[in-house]
Design a protein around this ligand. Structure first.
Ligand SMILES: *Cc1c(COP(=O)(O)O)cnc(C)c1O
Length: 380
């Protein structure tokens, strides 16, 4: 079949787009992908060292820079986001890294650091909480660490770490590289890669970007590239030097997951059309609606609450704490029977919590329908 270009898709991503059947899948990753984007993946194969591929990357690159708010190249890895978490450690840490841990994904970053042979220490705060600039300042005292890892939007708890402030603190203490996982932040929560001077920021395709899993993106400042050059054990698959060389030629170091690149190109065109600011606002509105809804349900006598405290909440994912009368898996099953997919809590929070991914291409109307159903399920 002939794949159609995605021109003519209206600003509101899902409604005006005839993407029927869309709007009932609210996992915090993978997120729902619009049929018109899935359709892009049916395009025929092309040689990955030919002009067609270079043209495709040349088209994608400025749009990724637009989303990242950076003038630097944005590397595209054909891997899940964890790959570039490993890349962050292998390329960006000289000897000792302080890992800010406040949930399952930030714990993963810590474990990756340990597995990659650098010295790693965790600075842990309770689930649902974030790291304050003061905590980081105290943690970095003594000048022992040359890098930190931090998760922007901790998808297991719905907490949003203040990465701009944390980066400022880290840089004020000296030559400390800030390695940021914004896997469920980027393209949903504001990220200013250049203005905030993030040394390395990575994300994945299957969260707020709303394309299928399998691609990861990252931008690096010169200091991280310099660190990488000085390391001999940075591995092959996530060698940033190779990524940096390749992207200058609109190429990738290895065979790119071409079908996903097609989906990415189309989705970035739509994100541009919506504008990144409007996308941030749409996410903020969906998050606020979810938090207000939790208060309403709680006021009506079902004692649920948002795990993350006010002011520290992610605009893309909310973790809801349930009373003992309700189990996460029972609630998600009841929602499934109504045609809605939401998530239980993550890890240790599995049965005491629910997670709603209000990210990607969802709209407030779709979210409201899901929340109306969830209210009935909780009241039943
Ligand atoms: C989903 C997620 C990851 C892991 O991404 P994969 O694509 O599964 O490797 C890492 N960090 C955060 C914050 C995430 O939400």
């Amino acid at each position: 079949m002939t794949a159609k270009p995605s021109a003519g898709v209206a600003a509101s991503p899902s409604s005006a787009n005839n993407d029927r059947g869309f709007g009932r899948f609210f996992l915090p990753g993978p997120t729902e992908v619009r049929p018109s984007i899935l359709q892009e993946m049916l395009r025929p194969m092309i040689g990955h060292r030919g002009k067609g591929m270079e043209d495709l990357i040349a088209r994608i690159e400025p749009d990724l820079q637009y989303v990242f708010r950076t003038k630097r190249p944005v590397y595209i890895a054909s891997s899940s986001a964890t790959g570039l978490m490993e890349g962050a450690i292998r390329n960006g840490v000289r000897a000792r890294v302080l890992c800010l841990v406040n949930g399952a994904f930030s714990e993963r970053f810590f474990q990756i650091a340990r597995a990659c042979g650098v010295e790693a220490e965790a600075l842990t705060v309770p689930l649902g909480q974030v790291h304050t600039p003061e905590m980081l300042e105290a943690g970095l005292k003594g000048g022992k660490f040359d890098a930190i890892t931090v998760v922007h939007s901790e998808t297991s708890t719905g907490a949003l770490n203040p990465i701009a402030e944390l980066t400022r603190v880290a840089h004020a203490t000296g030559d400390v590289a800030v390695l940021v996982d914004s896997v469920s932040g980027m393209a949903g929560a504001p990220v200013e890669t250049d203005a905030w001077e993030l040394d390395f920021v990575l994300t994945g395709s299957q969260k707020a970007f709303a394309i299928p899993a399998g691609l990861a993106f990252a931008a690096a400042r010169d200091n991280v590239i310099e660190r990488a050059k000085a390391k001999t054990d940075r591995g092959i698959y996530f060698d940033l030097i190779e990524y940096d060389k390749s992207i200058q030629k609109n190429q990738t170091p290895n065979t790119p997951a071409l079908s996903l690149f097609y989906a990415l190109a189309a989705q970035l065109t739509d994100i541009r059309r919506e504008t990144i600011e409007a996308r941030w606002q749409r996410h903020a509105a969906m998050a606020k609606r979810t938090w207000d809804w939790v208060d309403e349900v709680s006021d009506a006598g079902i004692p649920i609450s948002v795990l993350a405290s006010k002011g520290n909440r992610s605009p893309t994912v909310t973790c809801i704490s349930l009373p003992q009368t309700h189990s996460g898996s029972a609630v998600t099953s009841a929602m499934k029977a109504r045609g809605f997919v939401i998530s239980t809590g993550y890890g240790s929070l599995k049965d005491t919590g629910l997670r709603i991914g209000h990210m990607g291409d969802h709209t407030l109307d779709e979210l409201n329908e899901a929340l109306d159903n969830l209210r009935e399920v909780l009241a039943a």
